[in-house]
Design a protein around this ligand. Structure first.
Ligand code: SAH
Length: 252
C-alpha cells in the first residue's frame, strides 16, 4: 500500500496527526527533498528506507513503490504542502493504477494557508474579494493561454502565485496589462512557517525591485490583492441583524 501524505508548508508540527502516524509506520519513505522539512524524517521507524525524490524520475519513484509492494511493505510518498497543488501526484497515481497497487491520500496544509497564517490575512474579505485564484506565471512549464496572468487579472480577485518568485518582472508586466493598478498591494512570503520565514510587503509596481533587494528567488508565494489593505465590509455571519440557521437576528 502507498500513502501519499501532505507534509505541510514547512514547520515540522504542521503535518496532520494522520500524516505523522503514517510516517511512523512506513517501511519506505520517498520525500520531496527540495521542500519537505527533513526534521519530519526523524519520525521514521528504525530500519525505514528513505529516498529523496529530488534526484529521481517518475519511473524511479514508481519502481521503488512497486518493489516495496512486492515485498508487502508500506510506502509513504511525502509531498510538500498538500499534494493536490503542483504536486505531480496524478501521474504517480495513474502509474499505480496501471500497476494495480493500492494507494490513498492524506491531505496536508498547503503553503498558501501557512502564508495566510504568517500574514494574519483573510483571503476572502466581504466586498473586497470572495475568490482566490491559485496560479503560477508561465516559465518553463506552460500555462494554458486562457489562464494567463493577464486574463486572470480581470477578475481583480485575491491571487496566489506559486512557482513564480523568479518571474517577478513578468508577473508585474502581465498583471498591469491585465488591468491591475500599480498600487495593488502585494505580499511575498518566503519559506512560510519555516524558522527562516521572511515576509515582505510591497506594491505590484515595486515587486521586482523588492524581490531583488530581498534576494528572494525561490520557495516563496506572491500574494496579490486588495485583501492585503485596510478596507472591507463585516461578514453577515456575525452581524447582529442577520438571521442564520443557528441565531435569530434583530432584523426580519
Ligand atoms: N504542494 C505544495 C506546492 C508545491 S509547488 C503546497 O501545497 O504548498 C512548490 C512551490 O510552492 C514553491 O515554488 C513555492 O512557490 C511554494 N511553496 C512551498 N512551500 C512554501 C513555503 N513554505 N513558503 C512559501 N512558498 C512555498
Amino acid at each position: 500500500m502507498v500513502h501519499f501524505v501532505g507534509a505541510g508548508p514547512g514547520a515540522e508540527d504542521l503535518i496532520t496527526v494522520r500524516g505523522l502516524k503514517l510516517l511512523g509506520q512506513a517501511d519506505i519513505i520517498i520525500y520531496a527533498g527540495s521542500l519537505v522539512n527533513p526534521a519530519l524524517l526523524e519520525h521514521a521507524k528504525e530500519g525505514c528506507r528513505i529516498y529523496n525524490s529530488a534526484y529521481m524520475t517518475l519511473q524511479e519513484v514508481t519502481a521503488v513503490m512497486e518493489e516495496a509492494e512486492g515485498e508487502g511493505l508500506t510506502t509513504v510518498r511525502l509531498h510538500t504542502g498538500d499534494s493536490s497543488i503542483y504536486g505531480a501526484v496524478r501521474e504517480q497515481m495513474d502509474e499505480l493504477d496501471r500497476k494495480k497497487i493500492a494507494y490513498d491520500v492524506c491531505p496536508g496544509v498547503s503553503s498558501f494557508c501557512g502564508a495566510a497564517a504568517s500574514l494574519r490575512a483573510e483571503y476572502t474579505l466581504p466586498e473586497v474579494s470572495q475568490t482566490i485564484i491559485i496560479t503560477r506565471a508561465e516559465g518553463r512549464t506552460p500555462v494554458p493561454e486562457r489562464e494567463s496572468l493577464k486574463a486572470l487579472a480581470a477578475h481583480q480577485s485575491t491571487m496566489i502565485l506559486f512557482l513564480s518568485s523568479g518571474l517577478a518582472r513578468k508577473v508585474k508586466a502581465d498583471l498591469l496589462e491585465g488591468g491591475l493598478s500599480p498600487e495593488t498591494p502585494v505580499a511575498v512570503v518566503y519559506k512560510a512557517t519555516w524558522p527562516e520565514e521572511k515576509i515582505v510587503r510591497t506594491t505590484l509596481d515595486e515587486l521586482p525591485e523588492t524581490m531583488e533587494k530581498e534576494q528572494i528567488r525561490k520557495t516563496a508565494l506572491i500574494i496579490v490583492g486588495r485583501i492585503l489593505e485596510g478596507e472591507y465590509a463585516k461578514s453577515k455571519l456575525y452581524d447582529p441583524a442577520f438571521t442564520t440557521e443557528y441565531r435569530k437576528g434583530t432584523k426580519q
